[in-house]
Design a binder for this molecule. Structure first.
Ligand SMILES: NC(=O)c1ccc[n+]([C@@H]2O[C@H](COP(=O)([O-])OP(=O)(O)OC[C@H]3O[C@@H](n4cnc5c(N)ncnc54)[C@H](OP(=O)(O)O)[C@@H]3O)[C@@H](O)[C@H]2O)c1
Length: 250
């Protein structure tokens, strides 16, 4: 992989004149990927729910346009792609979150929300992009590595973690030659992680610094670098790419 997050590679921009849509582009991994894609010459389109947050991100990144809506709304998603002025090269989905709770405490509204974000959204999106994406393009989804090992409070996130790789591999067959890949992240230092951990955030960072083989915490720019690589490397489809700093090994 050439270049570092936030700057184009030594052999020039890798996404010149391409259009990259980020569903969940106003914060975290989506924001950093949009920023890197822009630095690599792409026109970026950002989607998020909070319009003010989105507007601010668009100004910082230099996005060509934004749309504020809930990406789990299938009809709105279909309209959004139908109304885009031109074809899209790549789509990254970072809209969504995670939910950890013991069985006895499960809030089924939140469980349904997670199913909507991580299982139904990819299916609706895959339908919405047909005829709207260039054949050389890539569709990228986010999954995780933490839920691979069973643990108390992980009954829902564990099931989502297991479901996504075959979902993505099957979509790669259905949508070919458009490529479809999954990024499976461990802990990434984003606003989502800050919300989930609250006062425990700094303790978690310190624990990861001392236990991860890479000796540092994985940040959203690390994931952005992988996402852009998956956009430009046309040999990659139907696969899951782990990025966790070696967290699964510890
Ligand atoms: N951070 C981690 O450690 C980690 C690890 C593994 C996997 N992941 C996954 O990676 C993805 C991105 O995580 P992140 O940490 O970057 O999250 P984040 O910091 O919370 O950013 C999420 C972005 O998505 C937008 N968004 C959320 N729900 C949306 C919806 N329904 N429709 C449209 N936009 C929506 C948010 O803006 P609005 O709130 O304004 O809509 C925001 O721009 C998530 O699916 C998460 O589960 C994260």
């Amino acid at each position: 992989m050439s270049g570092t997050a936030g700057s184009p590679g030594p052999s020039g921009p890798r996404l010149p004149g391409q259009t990259v849509v980020v569903l969940g582009g106003s914060a975290g991994i989506g924001y950093e990927t949009a920023r890197l894609a822009r630095a690599e010459g792409a026109d970026v389109v950002l989607v998020g729910r909070d319009p003010e947050h989105l507007r601010q991100a668009a100004v910082e990144i230099g996005a060509v346009s934004t749309a504020a809506f809930d990406a789990t709304d299938p009809e709105r998603l279909r309209e959004f792609f139908a109304e885009l002025p031109g074809p899209v090269d790549h789509v990254l989905v970072t809209a969504g979150g995670n939910y950890y709770a013991r069985l006895a405490d499960l809030d089924f509204t939140r469980v349904q929300g997670l199913v909507d974000e991580h299982l139904l959204l990819p299916l609706h999106l895959a339908r919405a992009v047909v005829g709207r994406m260039r054949p050389s393009g890539a569709l990228l989804f986010m999954g995780g590595t933490g839920g691979r090992r069973p643990g108390l409070g992980q009954v829902v996130s564990g099931a989502m973690t297991a479901a996504l790789p075959p979902l993505v591999a099957n979509l790669a067959l259905e949508l070919a030659p458009i490529r479809v890949n999954l990024i499976a992240a461990g802990f990434v230092d984003t606003p989502l992680s800050a919300r989930l951990l609250g006062d425990e955030l700094e303790k978690r960072r310190e624990q990861l610094r001392t236990t991860l083989p890479i000796g540092r915490v994985v940040g959203p720019a690390d994931v952005a670098a992988l996402a852009v690589h998956l956009m430009v490397n046309t040999a990659l489809t139907g696969a899951t790419y782990d990025i966790d700093g070696g967290q699964q090994l510890t």
